[in-house]
Design a protein around this ligand. Structure first.
Ligand SMILES: Nc1ncnc2c1ncn2[C@@H]1O[C@H](COP(=O)(O)OP(=O)(O)O)[C@@H](O)[C@H]1O
Ligand SMILES: [Mg+2]
Length: 139
């Protein structure tokens, strides 16, 4: 784990790293005025994208940092891997779609838990998920 000023970067290469990313997300967000409910929602969204890195790509990283935009305070999470990527993103974002016979709620769930959600991928080029949540009713 690397901590540079207020940015945290967690390398995801084991299941313990998912827990670390989740905790770091909560810790960093706690200083930004989020409600305790929001802290749990953020931590859950981070868990889902970090778990996908483990399951589908094996390894990658989760970067978490505060964001200040037009008077708003929030948190931004960028989860990246260089795994197989996703051929059909629209399909992957649907509730219940899973290529591993699982619940298929991770990505759509994370999108609902956060205020902004962006996913980019190309087959063979990995996946980048960027998500933001604003504190104190912003967004
Ligand atoms: N980082 C990733 N790399 C490759 N494929 C992914 C990644 N994340 C998600 N996917 C694809 O999107 C599908 C939906 O993801 P998700 O909603 O988290 O459901 P689940 O993890 O239960 O399968 C996965 O089954 C997988 O095919
Ligand atoms: Mg998942």
């Amino acid at each position: 784990m690397t901590v540079a000023s207020d940015e945290v970067r967690v390398r995801i290469a084991s299941d313990d790293d998912i827990v670390t990313a989740r905790q770091e997300g909560r810790r960093l967000s706690a200083g930004l005025g989020f409600s305790s409910t929001d802290l749990t929602l953020i931590a859950t969204a981070i868990s889902e994208v970090a778990r996908n890195i483990r399951v589908f790509a094996g390894e990658g990283q989760v970067q978490i940092r505060p964001v200040h935009e037009r008077g708003r305070e929030g948190i931004v999470v960028v989860a990246r891997d260089k795994g197989p990527g996703i051929a059909d993103i629209e399909r992957a974002m649907q509730d219940g779609y899973s290529t591993r016979g699982s619940f298929g709620l991770g990505l759509p769930g994370a999108r609902r838990l956060m205020d902004e959600f962006d996913i980019r991928s190309r087959p063979g080029k990995g996946v980048t998920v960027t998500m933001k949540k604003w504190a104190l009713g912003g967004g």
